[in-house]
Structure formats: structure tokens, C-alpha cells
Design a protein around this ligand. Sequence first.
Ligand code: NAP
Length: 290
Amino acid sequence: MTGAARLSLGLIGYPLGHSLSPRLHMAALQALGLPGEYCLYPLPPDENLAPALGELLARLRRGEIDGLNVTIPHKQAVLPLLDECTPAARAIGAVNTILRRDSRLVGDNTDAPGFLADLRRAFPALAEPGMALVLGAGGAARAVVYALASAGWHVYIGARRIEQAQALAAGLQTGAPAGSGLHALALDAAAVAGLPDVRLLVNATSAGMAPDSHGDPWPQGAALSARSAVYDLVYNPPETALMRRAAAAGLPAAGGLGMLVEQAALAFERWTGLAAPRSAMWQSVDEYIP
Ligand code: NAP
């Protein structure tokens, strides 16, 4: 990135009222002394979606916008409108970051590397891949399972509708090294009790997310694996019921705020070519969540 041109960044999704992305990216711009804006583009999924999406992407292609994030419910819908996708976005089947290379639009997914980066920050002892259990089989689980499998983890996917976990395990092209694999299981006490040595438990369900702050996806009556670290993608509240369960069992636990910051930092770096000011980005959201 050169010069002091005003950067125009933004987010496509719906609804966007509670998004923390403007805080994160404005903090990054301000910390680096870059003039710019991060605009919200709430696009309802109705008959006007296609022309509205098309217009925003045309503005990005013309250089009137410098970078776009994409969130629910449009992460899949933008895929066919782009010129190319990174291997991660293609495999996950979802784009959360769009950038311009020359006049081509490139779709990327920074949730997967953002998760891995924060996992390493939170649990440095987990340097070597092992056995992981991911709870949930929705959009976030796809990115997490892809990230773990690509890093050589053996991944069990537990979902209350086992067919959702089976579809994820069957459909994901991870490019994983030989020996790693994906397995589906029902999210109940008997199934999780039968698992071999789980080193990492990831909550990728929405259970525990405000306002359902007491929600806990872990099956009633089941014990946590004694050697497991627990990573909860939920970041509001900062300490979830599952994290309290882990602490009570003497296990290390981390919430999802670091992943949120990291996926934003990686998107910012893709757009600007500059190192993202992560501590300023952390601070902008840390203060905000009660
Ligand atoms: P999603 O596509 O709606 O998927 C949610 C998944 O959770 C589904 O598999 C759903 O199962 C399951 N689920 C919901 N409540 C459950 C419960 N009580 N017990 C067991 N399973 C339950 O949502 P998503 O986009 O994947 O997001 C999931 C969570 O991750 C959200 O809390 C989101 O805020 C968080 N997230 C965090 C980050 C981050 O940067 N930290 C990034 C992305 C997402 P059914 O289909 O059967 O309902």
C-alpha cells in the first residue's frame, strides 16, 4: 500500500447491528495513522440481493472500495461472483474476505488461519497435532475442521444431528497429510465417552453465546477428557459455561475473542500489505465486551 489515500473497507452481511468488525478495523487504521473508513453494508437476503451485491463488488473492482469482509448469511453466496478463491475458501466453501488483485476479485477465508493462530497463542503446548473433538457442524465448524485437519490433526466432529457431522466430514477437501482423518459422531454422553485420548476440544456451536449465556453443548453426564485443552469459539460472554466446566476439571480453556481479532488482523493484512496492529485491535474489543 502506498501514499495517504483514504482507505475504504467494509462488511457485507445481515443483520450487522452487533458486529465488532468496525471497532477492530477502525482501531487498526487509527493505530497506523491511516485515513479511512469501515462501512457496514447490510444486505437482506431478498430479491434485491443480487444487484446490491453486484454493485458493491463492481465498486471493489473499480478501486472505489479497497477491501470487503463477508459474514452471515452471504459467505457462500459471494463465491460464484468472484474471479478466484484461495484454496482455503474453496475447500471450506465460504468467503469472509474479498480483496482485489489487479482488477480481479479474490475470495479468501481468514477464519481458518485465524483460529489456528489463536490456538497456538492460547495453547503453546499443543505444538504437535493429535486427536481433536469439534462440537457443531455449521459454518464455523467447517473452517475449524479444515484448519485442524490441514495442520495434521485427527478430527472427530460431534453434532446433535449426526447427519450434519457426516456431511461435513464427507464434503471437506482438506488436503490433509496421510494418516489424519475426519470422523462424525453423535453428540451424546456415550459417544464422547468412547473417544480415544482427546487433546483438544473445540466448541463451534452457538451454545453459550449471549443471550443463551448458560448454554453448554457438552453432553450431560459425560466427563471431559483428562488431557484436553478447551477452545470455545464463543466470545460473548468472554467466559462461557463450557470454559467454567473446563476450569473446574483443571483443564486450560480459551474463548473465541482471539480468533475474532486474528481473522480481522489477517484480512487487514491481505488488504493493506501492512502488519496489523494486533494489540490495538485486541484492546478495541476487550474493553467492549463486559
Ligand atoms: P451455525 O452455522 O448456525 O452453526 C451452529 C451449529 O451449532 C450447528 O451445528 C447447530 O446445530 C449447533 N448447535 C447450536 N446450539 C446447539 C446446542 N445447544 N447443542 C449442540 N449443538 C448446537 O453457526 P456458526 O456460524 O457456525 O457459528 C457458531 C458459533 O461460533 C457462534 O457462536 C459464533 O458466534 C461463533 N463464531 C466465532 C468466531 C470467532 O471468530 N470467534 C467465528 C465464527 C463463529 P443444529 O444445526 O442442529 O442447530
